[in-house]
Design a protein. Structure first.
Length: 879
């Protein structure tokens, strides 16, 4: 029998002992052994919150004030023995629940799929090579490599740690990061004091670590306390929440109005109580927007999926609205605007300047003129955490692409790689901008440093500082990313930071090309057209940043503020500068937070990208925090609202477009539903108040509501992006739902509905048609108007009379055909005629009804064109 490997109290035992007990070694497991252990221990996953079962989900659809009102109405209708009406009301309730149920299921599936896209990865050593694997594939005995920003994928016994600290709040409640070391601790130490361990689910806040996996999945500490992964997020955004709230108030008002109407009809109009009651129920059901919440949720789900297709993964739903309203995007440079596929193209040493040819990470290329770059190359190789691997004929990097480029460069310079042993490291940090290592190779111990030239040159002795600064500057102005490399002999086992300052020997500069992404150039110009300012915030040199900014097409590439400049400005001065300056260089993550705050203080709505642990506060503060899916740390992803699967700026622009579309569609759903409901119910209310015969009966109004509310409204959830979406300026963040424009639209449409329905109705009565036929015509007029209204609403920002607008979407035509067929059935099929009290409408009158719809459409379209024309000339005047 295969035995499971396990280990008691790893924190109190020496690291070697733990390795031995788990049958592991510092080079990692073999892939076969890892596969065998995976079979044995199962995947490294925590149990997930169990989703609600289908029955509960279906029942939950009825838990809604609007539905309660309808159910009460159905019961009372039953008591009054109006069976048909009761049936129709129950059908409305059931149709809503079924559609809500199906769509919510799809929405939840979409969210679950998206969460799957964010599944964690881990860097491990297997078969002696560094590789990235699925977090779920880790097994006891694996050797895991971690750096600042990573989420710990399993419980680990530390084998190596440099400047390591972890935030363990989810496990211990302690939010201050705890320093970690490799030495054993007392067996009885509490969880938070076991400094030789890293716990699954916690975050590495600084330093680097190598750890041995001692427990996975449920066997980890976090698994044992039975903490569940985050449950299902409810599908809501500020607009949907506002609308829910509004809908509740609206229902309440409608009920009061309905009661008053009943009172009036019975006591003043002297109508029959039973009949009056049914009319009032019909009015209330027609007026209450019961389908709205479901349709809005579906709109969001459609948006989430559309964004995922464009590589923007939504982590928090409110971000869908926020990203559509941003007025400034602050973006990283490396990897977002540029490809992050680096190549060393130039080197300069005290001996002279060299050009290096070759593409990608292949170690093939020429150095001209020939010269001795051996020491520079060795420094580039040793002060390096990346690895190059040849797979399927392609050279690929494991780790930082810049370091991969340095490895390729070292090989081009014919630098051999005998077994070097690393004794100590000061990891790169964007605050101090260098990395240092102490290694032993061929019996010699050396410290190597690489980093930003300003930083490294200061550490060197005996060089012409001004000259080398000027040389670095010149390389940067060509758009190259510049690094300085230096070395010194070492004695001890550890790097003393004091040994670095002033004691190094300068080896040379290297310049790396990182070309802009062509699609980012196009996306920046799209953003500018959409009234969105794009700002670059980078840790790179000012010269490099300005050169890349110009190539990318930022609005104002020539003025650059550096981190040092920012430190000199107070909040008021910063607020003045921040709006016009587009390039910020040599910044640290702390500056990002200040910039977001300053931009927000100027009334702008800010999207901010980030990848490191220290970017988390700025991402949280931004209106839309965006993390990089590939090179981003887990810490940044957790703080972000959106994650870019491809790290590409173009995906941000695509997300803005989708965000605007979703918001437009939510508004379209509202703008279609409210006036339609108002129109339907006012027709009846007016007849009662004026003491006229009803143009549509109670059961007919219930019927209309049944077939149109969810179907026609639902079509709007699937509307594609309108043509001019990215040439409009961003909307105001604080825009209320009920803008004066929408209120006016409700009033106008309701009024036109009244005019059309009463017009057709009195025309029919005048021609001597029986009441039932007149009512059938009035009911069909209502439905025709709703369909025309739908086509109108599809284009709230442009003209509805284009070919694309008329052609519509598949969903629009499916619902229109379905509703039309249903109307034809109730109008012409005898058994339905008996139930709904309808009569066959003569063809000529049917055409008249459709013509009425066309006139209605023309009127509201003309009104819209006048309105859009006025706003356009208005904005021209203000501009
Ligand atoms: P962004 O991604 O925000 O555009 P960046 O990646 O250029 O910025 P940082 O990663 O903060 O910015 O790097 C800042 C500077 O630090 C670089 O210009 C380079 O000089 C130096 N640097 C970057 N990575 C390393 C590294 N691994 N080792 C040594 N120095 C580095």
């Amino acid at each position: 029998m295969r035995s499971a490997v396990s280990l008691e109290n790893p924190h109190s035992r020496p690291a070697e002992d733990c390795l031995a007990s788990l049958d592991a070694c510092p080079r990692g497991l073999t892939s076969q052994e890892a596969a065998r252990r995976l079979d044995l221990h199962g995947p490294n996953r925590l149990p997930e919150a169990r989703p609600r079962g289908p029955v509960m989900r279906f029942l939950a659809q009825f838990h809604n004030v609007l539905i309660y009102v309808l159910i009460v109405a159905a019961v009372v209708t039953g008591v009054l023995e109006h069976w048909v009406d009761m049936g129709v009301i129950l059908a409305v309730v059931l149709a809503n629940a079924v559609i809500g149920f199906i769509q919510e299921g799809r929405a939840e599936a979409a969210m679950a799929a998206i969460r799957g896209m964010l599944a964690p990865h881990a860097t491990v050593l297997r078969d002696g090579v560094r590789q990235t694997v699925d977090g779920a594939a880790l097994v006891p005995g694996d050797i895991v490599l971690l750096e600042a920003g990573d989420k710990v994928p399993a419980d680990l016994r530390l084998l190596g740690a440099h400047g390591l600290a972890a935030q363990e709040a989810i496990l211990t409640g302690e939010s201050v990061p705890v320093a970690k070391e490799t030495g054993p601790v007392a067996p009885e130490a509490a969880l938070g004091d076991r400094r030789s361990m890293l716990w699954s689910g916690t975050l590495v806040t600084s330093g680097t670590a190598t750890g041995l996996v001692v427990a996975t999945g449920r066997a980890t500490e976090i698994g044992r306390i039975g903490k569940l992964l985050a449950g299902v997020e409810t599908l809501t955004t500020p607009l949907v929440a506002q609308m829910d709230h509004f809908a509740r108030w609206l229902s309440f008002l409608i009920l009061i109005a309905a009661a008053l109407l009943l009172f009036y009809g019975y006591f003043v109009g002297h109508r029959d109580f039973g009949e009056m009651f049914m009319v009032v129920v019909g009015v209330a059901v027609a007026a209450i927007p019961e389908g709205l919440p479901a349709v809005m949720t579906i709109t969001l789900a459609v948006g989430v999926q559309a964004m995922a297709r464009r590589n923007a993964i939504v982590r928090r739903l409110p971000a869908i609205e926020a990203i559509g309203s941003v007025s400034v995007i602050c973006t990283d440079k490396t990897g977002t605007l540029t490809r992050n596929e680096m190549v060393v193209a130039a080197a300069e040493t005290p001996e002279g300047a060299f050009a290096i040819s070759g593409e990608g990470y292949a170690p093939e290329g020429r150095i001209t003129p020939e010269g001795d770059l051996a020491r520079l190359a060795r420094a580039a190789r040793l002060c390096n955490d990346a690895a190059l691997a040849l797979r399927d004929g392609m050279w690929l990097v494991e780790g930082d692409p810049m370091e991969g480029a340095l490895l390729a460069f070292a090989r081009k310079a014919a630098d051999a790689a005998p077994g070097a042993v690393r004794h100590d490291v000061i990891p790169f940090d964007s605050r101090h901008r260098f990395m240092a290592v102490l290694t032993e190779e061929d019996g010699a111990r050396l410290i190597h440093v690489k980093g930003a030239p300003e930083r490294v040159l200061r550490m060197c002795k005996g060089i012409a500082l001004d000259h080398w600064h000027a040389r670095a500057e010149a390389m940067a102005h060509q758009g190259l990313r510049v690094l300085a490399l230096a070395e010194r002999p070492a004695t001890g086992d550890a790097i003393d930071p004091r040994d670095l300052e002033g004691g190094l020997e300068f080896l040379g500069l290297v310049g790396l090309i990182d070309p802009p992404r062509p699609e980012a150039i196009a996306a920046v110009s799209d953003c500018l057209a959409a009234g969105i300012r794009v700002k670059m915030i980078t840790g790179d040199h000012a010269g490099t940043a300005a050169a890349i900014a110009a190539r990318i097409g930022l609005a104002n590439p020539s003025r650059v503020l550096t981190g040092a400049d920012l430190d000199r400005l107070d909040e008021a001065q910063l607020a003045l500068e921040v709006v016009s300056v587009d390039v910020f260089a040599r910044t640290s993550p702390e500056h990002k937070l200040r910039l977001v705050t300053a931009l927000q203080a100027s009334g702008l709505s800010v999207a901010m990208t980030g990848d490191g642990v220290n970017d988390a506060p700025a991402l949280k503060r931004a209106d839309a925090g965006i993390a990089m899916g590939r090179k981003g740390s887990e810490a940044a992803k957790e703080a972000a609202d959106l994650v870019l699967a491809d790290d590409n700026f173009a995906s941000i622009a695509a997300a803005v477009r989708e965000g605007r579309t979703v918001y437009d569609n939510l508004r379209k759903v509202i703008s279609w539903t409210l006036p339609t409901n108002a129109g339907e119910s006012l027709v009846v209310v007016l007849a009662v108040l004026a003491g006229l015969s009803l143009p549509v009966t109670a059961v007919q109004i219930l019927w209309i509501n049944l077939i149109t509310a969810v179907t026609l409204g639902l079509a709007l959830a699937f509307e594609p992006t309108e043509a001019g979406t990215m040439s409009r300026p961003p909307r105001r963040r604080d825009m209320p739902i009920l803008t004066s424009g929408l209120v006016w639209h409700v009033v106008l449409v309701a009024f036109l509905f009244l005019a059309a329905v009463f017009g057709i109705f009195s025309y029919a009565i005048d021609r001597g048609y029986p009441l039932a036929l007149a009512q059938t015509m009035a009911m069909n007029t209502l439905v025709v108007l709703e369909i025309f209204h739908l086509f109108f609403i599809r284009n709230i920002h442009g003209t509805s009379l284009t070919w694309a607008a008329v052609r519509g979407t598949r969903v629009v035509w499916i619902v229109v055909v379905a509703v039309t067929a249903a109307q034809l059935a109730v109008t012409y099929l005898p058994f339905l005629q008996r139930i709904l009290g309808t009569e066959a409408v003569p063809i000529a009158d049917g055409l008249l009804i459709i013509a009425m719809g066309a006139v209605f459409f023309a009127l509201i379209e003309i009104e819209k064109q006048i309105r859009l024309g006025l706003t356009r000339s208005d904005s021209r005047r203000t501009a």
